[in-house]
Design a protein around this ligand. Structure first.
Ligand SMILES: C[S@@+](CC[C@H](N)C(=O)[O-])C[C@H]1O[C@@H](n2cnc3c(N)ncnc32)[C@H](O)[C@@H]1O
Length: 219
């Protein structure tokens, strides 16, 4: 059993596991704000998994250069292959880094950060370390796109709690992920100078995708 989580084993079946559990809902979340990202030039993509989002982003934004960071070599391999197929010149515009996003050296400034279903792999203290690590590399008005699971209020609260618990249990067994509850990303993002500018939810609030914008206090 590895000490650190490893997504290598589930890299190939990840897409099908996702489709079997939640259909195309995650994919709709990832792509919802894509039209808002076509003017960005320098992106930091954290834990994008098999690269379905990044391939589409590079395809639709032909002037974007991206750094993709992931601890899983198998995921990064799939991501590179997928980007190469979907986007012209992807190899000249994409740099992959097999590294921990909390500590990897960063080559900013970035005008876009993307974390789709990645922040929920982190504990609250690690999430805060990550945001403090990234914030100094953001350019003025940079966008941060976040998609994550969410526990809504009302009738869906209990089913959502049960589903999220089951997913964490499955990831614990399959990847050794030790996180057990959804962290709160809103407060640390606000503290770091970001403001939520758009939000969309799916499946009665179980999935959210949010666009945040950075504005330096020293403006
Ligand atoms: C749950 S998957 C999400 C994949 C994809 N973003 C999506 O939308 O489905 C989490 C991804 O983050 C990566 N990951 C987990 N912890 C990480 C860390 N500390 N640093 C970098 N990547 C990490 C995993 O290897 C995996 O590819």
């Amino acid at each position: 059993m590895p000490t650190h989580p490893s997504f290598d084993l589930i890299a190939r079946p990840y897409r099908w596991m996702e489709c079997l559990t939640l259909g195309r809902s995650l994919e709709h979340c990832r792509l919802h704000f894509l039209p808002n990202l076509l003017q960005q030039r320098r992106a930091l993509i954290l834990g994008d998994g098999d690269g379905r989002f990044l391939a589409e982003l590079l395809n639709q934004n032909s002037r974007l250069r991206a750094d993709a960071v992931d601890t899983s070599g198998a995921m990064l391999h799939l991501l590179s292959q997928r980007c190469e197929v979907r986007a012209p010149n992807a190899s000249t515009r994409l740099t992959t880094h097999q590294a921990n996003a909390l500590t990897c050296p960063l080559d900013g400034p970035y005008d876009l950060v993307v974390t789709h279903f990645f922040l929920d792999c982190l504990t609250q203290p690690d999430l805060e370390i990550l945001i403090n690590h990234i914030a100094p590399t953001l350019s003025q008005d940079a966008l941060w796109l976040v998609s994550d699971f969410h526990i809504p209020n009302g009738l869906m609260r209990l089913p959502a709690k049960i589903l999220v618990r089951s997913l964490y249990l499955a990831f614990r067994i399959l990847t050794n992920l030790r996180t057990t509850k959804l962290p709160n990303h809103a407060s640390p993002l606000q503290k770091a100078g970001l403001t939520q500018i758009a939000r969309q939810h799916r499946l009665a609030g179980l999935l959210v995708t949010e666009l945040w914008q950075f504005q330096s206090a020293a403006r």
